[in-house]
Design a protein. Structure first.
Lengths: 112, 109
């Protein structure tokens, strides 16, 4: 299995500000994934973060809005920039291990 | 483009009943399929993983089946308990992971 922690667990932010979410994994992994879950919806992949290279973004997501860092094999950050109420979601990081996908507890973001 | 559909969207059953949650997918070329549980405001907990070569997996009161040819998977929950109340998500893995919208399950005490 994999143990994943995220900080913060929740936050309330003002429109136009930015929030950085941290994800820590209990052991080294090559790829880390960031997902968004909007209210009442399923999970949507934002990007894949590889250590030592630029993140790969899915259609509809751009680096300027969701910059990602991956400084080592156990840690990643996702920043939600210039936030608007439409960014209110749960943000989850995920890793794969032995073909099973594991998820962090999520960061619940509310933008006013 | 892979699409994953879960039926029903919501389900309420009395405690003790057996129940089946359904998941269908449009492209049968998958590596595996995974069932997750999500409690309100929480992250996802992996329940069962079925490899593409497998037909079913069991864990305790849970049994998941996979029929790739028909693009279907079911999650069977035996002797349901109030603690089983949660949203159950199905995810298929081909070149990426595609999630269904989930089934919100409520077990009535």
């Amino acid at each position: 299995s994999a143990v994943i922690s995220q900080k913060p667990s929740r936050d309330i932010c003002q429109r136009g500000t930015s929030l950085t979410i941290q994800c820590q994994v209990d052991s080294q992994v090559t790829m880390m994934f960031w997902y968004r879950q909007q209210p009442g919806q399923s999970l949507t992949l934002i990007a894949t973060a590889n250590q030592g290279s630029e993140a790969t973004y899915e259609s509809g997501f751009v680096i300027d809005k969701f910059p990602i860092s991956r400084p080592n094999l156990t840690f990643s950050t996702l920043t939600v920039s210039n936030m608007s109420p439409e960014d209110s979601s749960i943000y989850l990081c995920s890793v794969g291990r032995q073909e099973t996908q594991y998820f962090g507890p999520g960061t619940r973001l509310l933008v006013l | 483009k892979q699409e994953v559909t879960q039926i029903p969207a919501a389900l309420s059953v009395p405690e003790g009943e057996n129940l089946v949650l359904n998941c269908s997918f449009t492209d049968s070329a998958i590596y595996n399929l995974q069932w997750f549980r999500q409690d309100p405001g929480k992250g996802l907990t992996s329940l069962l993983l079925i490899q593409s070569s497998q037909r079913e997996q069991t864990s305790g009161r849970l049994n998941a089946s996979l029929d790739k040819s028909s693009g279907r998977s079911t999650l069977y929950i035996a002797a349901s308990q109030p603690g089983d109340s949660a949203t159950y998500l199905c995810a298929v893995v081909d070149d990426k992971i595609i999630f269904g919208k989930g089934t919100r399950l409520h077990i009535l005490p």
